[in-house]
Design a protein. Structure first.
Length: 286
């Protein structure tokens, strides 16, 4: 199981705290030096002291101002899974952590499906979608399943369920598990819907190891043990998604009746305004 986002956040916070402590110590040292300047010091020494306080004589301290890692990407070996596609890895620093981002999925089945991605609670998933969209990773791919849970499964360029990029990342925004039924004789209240219609979520294999595959729920689904990390919600094009959900399915080679009888093609998937460049790649990070 990949590490939880809480753990990664704690590591990033600890690094930030160390940086702040170093900055505070430097500032205390500077204040002591400034306080020790006598009123009779020559103008030249005063100027030198001011320059020191301003950091003119500091050694390169780039480590103290280095941004903390926000997301970590676990490398995957394409040699052991030939369905993986090498595209490098997204950035780990200076990623958006608040607000929403717009993802637009254009299919051959009607109006575009527009998704509001929850950047605050699904920071790394949003960053991954933005990065892969900039690589045109999803363009001209198929949605290869209509699941029994009421979702369309997309995001695998191979259409096999085994494909994705050569990295994975942990689940960030899992819904709470449904409460255990009460032993009381009174009727238990209906469980809260875990994945309401219009929810967009990551699906990993194994669960918690996410790549590029995602689910678009065209009807409500309640899970006793949620395994799909929520990315966002459909804000437009829900009628297109519902139309896709009505496509008949046939059995796969494994005997599951989830394979769409009609091909579903993602013509393009973009994040942000048209023409907005994705974060720069860093093949060295892969």
């Amino acid at each position: 199981m990949a590490p939880s986002k809480d753990r990664q956040r704690r590591l990033a916070r600890a690094k930030f705290d160390r940086q702040q402590a170093r900055r505070a110590e430097r500032e205390r040292r500077r204040r002591r030096i400034t306080a020790g300047l006598g009123t009779g010091l020559a103008v030249l020494l005063i100027i030198a002291g001011v320059a020191w306080v301003g950091g003119a004589f500091d050694s390169d301290d780039s480590a103290t101002t280095e941004a903390a890692d926000i997301c970590l990407w676990t490398p995957l070996d394409a040699a052991t899974n030939t369905d993986l596609k090498e595209v490098g890895t997204p950035p780990t620093k200076d990623l958006p952590e608040t607000g929403t981002e717009t993802m637009t999925i254009t299919t051959d089945k009607g109006d575009p499906i527009v998704v509001g991605m929850d950047v605050e609670n699904a920071t790394c998933a949003a960053a991954s979608f933005s990065y892969l969209a900039g690589k045109r990773f999803f363009d001209d791919t198929t949605c290869h399943e209509i699941t029994t849970e009421g979702a369309v499964r997309c995001g695998d360029p191979t259409g096999t369920g085994n494909g994705g990029p050569t990295y994975s990342f942990y689940s960030e925004n899992l819904p709470a598990a449904a409460p255990e039924p009460s032993p009381s004789a009174s009727a238990a209240p209906a469980a809260e819907v875990t994945y309401p219609k219009g929810t967009v979520a990551m699906i990993g294999n194994p669960p918690g190891s996410n790549g590029s595959q995602f689910l678009l729920f065209f009807k409500d689904f309640t899970a006793a043990n949620p395994q799909y990390s929520i990315v966002g919600t459909v804000t437009a094009g829900l009628d297109t998604l519902e139309k896709i959900g009505k496509i008949p399915t046939v059995e796969t080679t494994g005997g599951d009746k989830v394979s769409p009888k009609e091909k579903i093609t993602i013509k393009s998937l973009t994040v942000g305004a048209a023409g907005t460049p994705a974060p720069s790649a860093s093949a060295a990070q892969s």
